[in-house]
Structures are given as C-alpha cells and as structure tokens.
Design a protein around this ligand. Structure first.
Ligand code: NAD
Ligand code: GDD
Length: 335
C-alpha cells in the first residue's frame, strides 16, 4: 500500500489533518489532501503531499480528487457540535452531495477502498432519552429516527455506501464516530464540540480572573468522548479490515455527564467556577454512549485512552492557542 495513492478528503479539518500526518509518519509516499478551505486555513498542512482546494459537493471536483486513487477516506463535511448542527440542518444535509459524488467518481476510476465517516448521530432518538444509557449497539440505528438534518444525512450516506458495494462492487468501510476531541480541532467560532468548548471557557475564565462559566443544558446529559489517537488507529484498522463490511461504532465506552467533563477540565486548570446552566441552549440527546462489543470482536481492539489523559493534551493545546491569539474557527460558507 505504501506507494499507492491515498486520498484524504476534508484534510484541512480536524480528523483529516491528523490522518494525513499519520499516513506520512507511516511512510506513505503518495498522499493527496483535499479540502474546500484555502490552504492557509487548514488546521494542519504538509508541503510534501499534494494539497488541493476543491469544493467536493460537485462531481467534477470529486473526479479530480480521486483520479488514480487506490484508497479514499471521506472526512469532508459541513458540520460541527450541537450549536452548529441544531441551527444549520439544510447545510448539514447538503453534505450528502459530497459523499454521493465521491462515490460516483470512486466507482468510475475503480478505487479499491472507500472510507466514510459516519456518526453516533445516526442512532434513533428514542434510544437516547435516558442519561443512564449503557451503550448504543449498531442495530439501534433502526427503526430510523436519527438527529434531524445531520443524522439523516449520515444515515442516508451510510446506505449509499452499502448499495455501491452491493450493486457496483466498490469496497466501502463505514465508522460511526462518537464525539472525537484533541489538539488541532475547532475550539471557537460556533462549530466546536463540548470538550473544546469547555476548555476554552475555563481557560478564558482563568485568564480573565472571572468566576462563572456557562454550560448548555442541565449538565446531567451524558456522552462519551474519543481522543483523536484512538480515532486514527480505529479508522485505519476498519479501513484495512477484510470483513467489517457494515457500519461499526468507533467510540469510547467511558461515559460521563457534562458536569463530570467540566470537573475534569477544572481540575486540569486548577480552578473551580460557578456554573450557570443555560436550558435554552442546543442540547441534543439526553444520553449517548458507545457499545463496543462488535469492534472488540472484529478487531480485538477498542478505544482506550482515558478522558483525563486526552483532555490534558487538548487543554494544553487550546491554552497555547488562546494565549497566542489564534482562532480555529472552521466556517466554510458555501451555500
Ligand atoms: P472538520 O469540520 O474539522 O473537518 C471537515 C472538513 O471538511 C473541513 O475542513 C471542511 O472545510 C471540509 N469541507 C466541508 N465542506 C467541504 C466541501 N464541499 N468540499 C471539500 N471539503 C469540505 O470535522 P472533523 O471533526 O474532522 O470531522 C470529519 C468527519 O468525521 C466528518 O464527516 C464528520 O461528520 C465526522 N464526524 C466527526 C465527529 C467529531 O466528533 N469530530 C463525530 C462524528 C462524525
Ligand atoms: N458544543 C457545546 N458547547 N456543547 C456544550 C456546551 C458548550 O459550551 N456546554 C454544554 N454542552 C453540551 C451540549 O448541550 C450537549 O448536550 C453536549 O454538551 C455535547 O455537545 P457537543 O459536543 O456539541 O455535541 P454532541 O455530543 O451532542 O454531538 C456531537 O457528536 C456527534 C458524534 O457523537 C456532534 O459533534 C455531532 O456532530 C457528532 O456527530
């Protein structure tokens, strides 16, 4: 595989940028990195790979992106945390054009393997009403009632992958990511997810010497969070696997309430803040956790980096960004 062309779509973003870095580390010599954003706004950029700025919602751009490719990772999407996906459902759904056109182009040029980054947002709403939820199994996506907008797009695109495999023989792999965090991700601008948002808010309070923090919801809602290194390892293991031919959970089983997440960040920062709960803010489901029986069975592996360890690295990176005045706002504005 080392001398075959690997294409990473969404390479200017959080997970795509880390994937390119990891492929370079492994000695891959032919990598094409593609994103909508101008190069100077990519979160990580490597000059020794082919970097293309393309709008992958168009078929012609997708043809350019996958030309001569052996493997394609599709990590491109117009998305964000709850603050973005609850208020931009049409933009989230337009991302369907990216995966649709990439699959069409990949089929035309005979791509060997195609990876699609799906989400825990495909899971049915009625299975996520209780914060004490034990875990979502893969079959809990059906009967379908996913997150409005973003989740429907993900579920539809998963099925598109399946049918391109069944009808056209294009090998596809689909991972359902559960909230991924780490350095080089979005931490401001409106698309950030809870781990980065809480770090930013705690750091800003610490630097300003203020005492309050705003938390969306009651703080009792639960999630699990996966550190980027686990995400990279799992993504590539799923892509390489001979028999993971169906969508599979890629997430941590370490479920915490948002209050517990804030406890961790406060303890890293060495401060305690007064929490103001905003019950009108975007909240999403009451409880969500990954259930990893299937990935343990298929790979003999599952994400294992503790939330405390991952958050220490994430906090340190966001602290440096804020101190240096950097912004990681990833707004793409294409509609
Ligand atoms: P990100 O926003 O950091 O990266 C996505 C990239 O896609 C951005 O750089 C953006 O510019 C690019 N993009 C958007 N529209 C494009 C277009 N028309 N053409 C080309 N590029 C375009 O997001 P991420 O966290 O790296 O997520 C990567 C993938 O994983 C996405 O499909 C996302 O839905 C999925 N996912 C992420 C998480 C998470 O917690 N990070 C959870 C579940 C699923
Ligand atoms: N973003 C954010 N910012 N969330 C906050 C904040 C804050 O300041 N304070 C509390 N929260 C709460 C939200 O209200 C939500 O209940 C919870 O933290 C988690 O929010 P997010 O991290 O934004 O999103 P999510 O876990 O509901 O969904 C994310 O993960 C999916 C995969 O598991 C999203 O990023 C989806 O796009 C992704 O697919």
């Amino acid at each position: 595989m080392k001398d075959k062309l690997i294409v990473v779509c969404g390479a200017g973003g959080f997970i795509g940028g880390h994937l390119v870095a990891d492929l370079i580390r492994q000695g891959h010599t032919r990598i094409r990195a593609v994103d909508l954003k101008p190069l100077d706004r990519w979160y990580q950029r490597f000059d020794d790979v082919e970097n293309l700025t393309l709008d992958l919602q168009g078929l012609a751009a997708c043809r350019t992106a996958v030309k001569d490719a052996a493997w394609v990772y599709n990590l491109a999407a117009d998305m964000g945390g709850m603050g973005f996906i609850e208020n931009n459902k049409a933009l989230c759904m337009l991302t369907v054009l990216i995966n649709t056109h990439l699959l069409q182009a990949a089929r035309e040029v005979g791509v060997e393997r195609f990876f699609y980054s799906s989400s825990a947002c495909v899971y049915a709403h009625d299975k996520q009403t209780d914060p004490t939820i034990t875990g979502l199994r893969e079959e809990d996506a059906y009967p379908a009632m996913p997150e409005d907008g973003y989740g429907w797009e993900k579920l539809f695109s998963e099925r598109m992958c399946r049918h391109f495999t069944e009808d056209f023989g294009l090998l596809t792999r689909v991972a359902r990511y559960h909230n991924v965090y780490g350095p080089h991700g979005t931490f401001d601008g409106g698309r950030e997810k809870a781990p980065a948002a809480i770090c930013r808010k705690v750091i800003n309070a610490k630097l300003a010497g203020t005492n309050d923090i705003e938390i969306w919801g009651s703080g009792e809602q639960t999630r699990s969070f996966m550190f980027i290194d686990d995400c990279l390892q799992g993504t590539q293991a799923i892509m390489r696997s001979a028999d993971i031919t169906f969508p599979i959970n890629l997430g941590s089983e370490e479920k915490v309430s948002i209050n517990q997440l804030v406890d961790i960040v406060e303890s890293i920062a060495g401060i305690e803040l007064k929490r103001n709960y905003n019950l009108d803010a975007p909240k999403g489901v009451n409880g969500r956790n990954s259930e990893n029986t299937l990935i343990r069975k298929m790979l003999g592996w599952e994400p294992s980096i503790s939330l405390r360890t991952g958050m220490e690295k994430t906090y340190a990176w966001i602290y440096d960004q804020i101190k240096s005045g950097a912004s990681k706002d990833s707004v793409v504005n294409i509609a």
